[in-house]
Design a protein around this ligand. Sequence first.
Ligand SMILES: NC(=O)c1ccc[n+]([C@@H]2O[C@H](COP(=O)([O-])OP(=O)(O)OC[C@H]3O[C@@H](n4cnc5c(N)ncnc54)[C@H](OP(=O)(O)O)[C@@H]3O)[C@@H](O)[C@H]2O)c1
Length: 243
Amino acid sequence: MAKKTTPRKVALVTGGAKRIGEALCRALARSGYSIALQYSTSGTEAEQTAKRIYKDGGVCATFVCDLADGQATENLVPSVLEEFGRLDVLVNNASIFEKSSLEAGSVELWDRHFAVNLKAPYILMRAFARYAKTGSIINILDTHVVRNKTLYAAYLLSKKTLAGLTKMAAVEFAPRVRVNAVAPGLILPPVSQKNGYLDRLAKQIPLQRKGKVENISYAVLFLLESDYVTGQVIYVDGGEHLI
Ligand SMILES: NC(=O)c1ccc[n+]([C@@H]2O[C@H](COP(=O)([O-])OP(=O)(O)OC[C@H]3O[C@@H](n4cnc5c(N)ncnc54)[C@H](OP(=O)(O)O)[C@@H]3O)[C@@H](O)[C@H]2O)c1
């Protein structure tokens, strides 16, 4: 039973503690959504993000959940509904990203990528359709879903399959739930890379510059407002997917 039903719309953002996820939480909060921020290991950053949202006049509750744990993931949407009494938006942003080729990659690494990057979004999308019933889902992909050459094979295949799931769910969940995706390009370097890494890569793409986290938030907000759009992928990548 919900403690209360908030009059504001509620958005669940996975991996919302830092980086792109934090930007999404703050942009959605500024647009009037109450935020359900899921995190796994970044508890301190999650509380800091929640505090920043409160300071800006917003509402944010944090939810710890290991998205590699199927049962814990099943419980996440019901926990958000219990806290807020409603759920209007799900953003599947959390992801793992580790190097692997098809030949040298391990099955264990494959399983981890598919658990966090595909199975968890599926479990959350299914729970959203079952319990929240109406609203909008946004899956965060990667501009490289159009490619087949990569140093990150398990990651890329998990994102390609999430792109397929986005379109299948857009058909099955219609007309109650719209399902769209945003495919970022060069936004933030992997934590292992130094400053300058993305600037070097950006020289090779049409717009010749890296993007900002705000570019991703803007595309998400656009899709949430666009109530005649479902099953679409917006590439926020400076044209990288074209070449
Ligand atoms: N960065 C870019 O330029 C870029 C480019 C293309 C696509 N993308 C996509 O955009 C999204 C956000 O990118 P990012 O670079 O900000 O992501 P990130 O920092 O690599 O990861 C986001 C969050 O995923 C969460 N996560 C990982 N394993 C988890 C697990 N087992 N259970 C729960 N949460 C888990 C982590 O949460 P905790 O920290 O709480 O553990 C992490 O903070 C991702 O889907 C990524 O694939 C990003």
